[in-house]
Design a protein around this ligand. Structure first.
Ligand SMILES: [Mg+2]
Length: 272
């Protein structure tokens, strides 16, 4: 009898201990699980790109300023023909659908899936972009598309641009990445033959080698020392989804996992 009584007591205690353990585990899980800044964060920034009228307004603003500056440039005579140099992704094409596709799977960008996406030629245009480039062409200003899309993405990229009727969307004017992500040599090759009226991009490295693979501090300093060029020769499109502003934090280490990126971001965020 006594043994059965003690056995029951022990079993009851074990049951309570197990329940307590489970509940504390649940608590720990609840407090330690948080949104991944990269995968989930990119869903949120894609939400901004896809739904915010403010994003469209910012794009119109950039292209309105571009039009104004192009007109001003055309009033200044030059021995060379005028041209504009533009980036493609998040400057005139919207790739937020790719970010959503990745983010829904808890993933960030990777080259293999990105290449599958660009081969579809399904990216939409950014507000104001097509009107501006058509206007430039109407003023005999050639458009050079200098992109870090790779050579293997050429066919899909041209098809995407041609689908909307972007001017100069041809072999000569689409300048893809060959050996380096720096756009400097490619810019200089165009500048050799043309007077560059404007450069358009969402990433500082679209404008000058001053921003090639620089630290966060150097990027800030170089923006500061070139403040007058923005909205003048350099037309910046907003990109909250990705860019060197993010990569600089990771010291351009593209092999970090989403969890490592998440920690890096959280380690620099300020709160109060
Ligand atoms: Mg871009």
């Amino acid at each position: 009898m006594l043994n059965i009584f003690f056995m029951k007591k022990i079993l009851a205690s074990l049951f309570i201990i197990t329940l307590a353990a489970c509940s504390s585990q649940q608590k720990n899980t609840a407090t330690s699980v948080h949104t991944n800044m990269v995968a989930d964060g990119k869903l949120f920034t894609a939400f901004f790109q896809q739904r915010a009228a403010e994003y469209k307004a910012l794009c119109f603003q950039a292209y309105n300023i571009a039009t104004l500056r192009l007109d001003q440039s055309l009033q200044v005579p030059s021995s060379k023909s005028k041209a504009v140099i533009t980036d493609i992704d998040e400057t005139l094409l919207d790739n937020s659908a790719y970010s959503v596709h990745q983010g829904l799977q808890g993933k960030d960008y990777d080259l293999a899936t990105w290449t599958e996406w660009t081969a579809l030629s399904q990216a939409d245009t950014l507000a104001g972009a097509l009107t501006f480039f058509k206007y430039a062409a109407s003023r005999n200003v050639e458009v050079f598309y200098i992109t870090n899309r790779e050579e293997k993405e050429r066919v899909g990229t041209l098809r995407n641009l041609q689908k909307f009727g972007f001017p100069y969307a041809d072999e000569t004017h689409l300048i893809t990445k060959q050996t380096t992500s720096s756009k400097e040599a490619r810019r200089l090759a165009v500048a050799d033959k043309f007077d560059i009226a404007l450069l358009l991009g969402d990433n500082l490295a679209d404008f000058s080698m001053l921003f090639d693979k620089k630290t966060e501090v150097e990027r800030l300093q170089n923006v500061q020392s070139n403040a007058a060029a923005f909205g003048k020769k350099f037309i910046v499109l907003p990109n909250p989804n990705y860019g060197d502003w993010e990569s600089a934090l990771y010291q351009y280490n593209y092999k970090l996992s989403a969890v490592q990126k998440d920690s890096a971001i959280r380690s620099v965020l300020k709160s109060y």
